[in-house]
Design a binder for this molecule. Sequence first.
Ligand SMILES: NC(=O)c1ccc[n+]([C@@H]2O[C@H](COP(=O)([O-])OP(=O)(O)OC[C@H]3O[C@@H](n4cnc5c(N)ncnc54)[C@H](O)[C@@H]3O)[C@@H](O)[C@H]2O)c1
Length: 335
Amino acid sequence: MSNPVNIALVGMGWWGQKMLAVLQAAPADIRVVRAVEPNLETVRELCASKGVALSADYADALNDPAVEAVVLATPHSMHTAQIAAAVAAGKHVFCEKPLALTKAEAERSVALCHAAGLVLGMGHERRFEPPVADLLAMADAGTLGRIHQIEANFSHDKFLSLARDNWRLKADQAPAGGMTATGIHLLDLSVRLLGAAESVLCICEQLSSDLPQGDTVAAFVKFKGGGTSYVSASLANPFMSRFTVYGSKGWIDIRDKAHVEAPDGWIVTSAMAGGPIVTREIGKAEPVKDNLVAFARAVRGGDAYPVTGEHLVNNIALLEAVFRSATSGRIETVA
Ligand SMILES: NC(=O)c1ccc[n+]([C@@H]2O[C@H](COP(=O)([O-])OP(=O)(O)OC[C@H]3O[C@@H](n4cnc5c(N)ncnc54)[C@H](O)[C@@H]3O)[C@@H](O)[C@H]2O)c1
């Protein structure tokens, strides 16, 4: 593509810096022209070394006619207002997960972008992991038959070293253990494969840490169209990421060899009806970059961005019910 989409990276913490790093390798599709970070000193040198203009105020990006899209890597509770401001300024939006903490907010953001004809991208890069993309294509083609069940876990202990006043450790900003950090990717893949959820039972416990939102979470989801998904996450055990789908004609189990921060490939085990169990290794890829490139191509009128407004709303409706169930200890209906 000869006409890169000019973006502003908003929020230059852990993930904003990761996105800046991967985008150095994708200049043909997407170009970082600005960064916004209130703590200027933390990234002043980095941005200067990359030739990226840096300022503390989001309005600077919104008022910059060179910026076509904003990429939000800010705390979750800011996403809804920042999307509304971007849409008012006529900018496309790529938002990190979760899109919102309530279904009503998710619906508002999806509707605003849709009405303005702006692309809404989402930080669900797991869909762009090569074995996950293959799995989704096989499911869509019917190769796996009727999808019966999903089992998935995404755990790490990276937050144990965060300062205890970090927003990511606040029960009101990141409720239900690791559900907004990692589990949300698995909920996204679950609604992508099984559609809107009907009900969920979530159990969230604090077992071996002082993390105020709990360190161990498990959610058991029933889908309106049939099928179930068991999604679990720990913020206090070593890295693990596994996604398994069982269908009437075959099953696939995908394990990441490393966290997506520094991908190292995948181990895929599968079996089709009547066939042997097969294990193979898939080489490294950079799904965070590939997701942003897909967003840029959609902005330029290429293939439609694959995470649809319906997926986004279904996912956050389920997330909101997960929060309710984690508090009530009961099975909660998904709105
Ligand atoms: N897709 C993934 O796999 C993935 C991985 C990690 C984080 N994330 C997401 O990225 C987002 C950020 O998470 P993080 O771990 O990088 O957090 P972080 O705290 O490291 O970074 C957030 C940054 O936003 C800045 N900020 C605060 N208010 C701001 C404002 N008004 N305007 C601009 N910047 C502001 C903070 O100063 C901070 O530097 C979250 O939504 C998180 O879920 C996604």
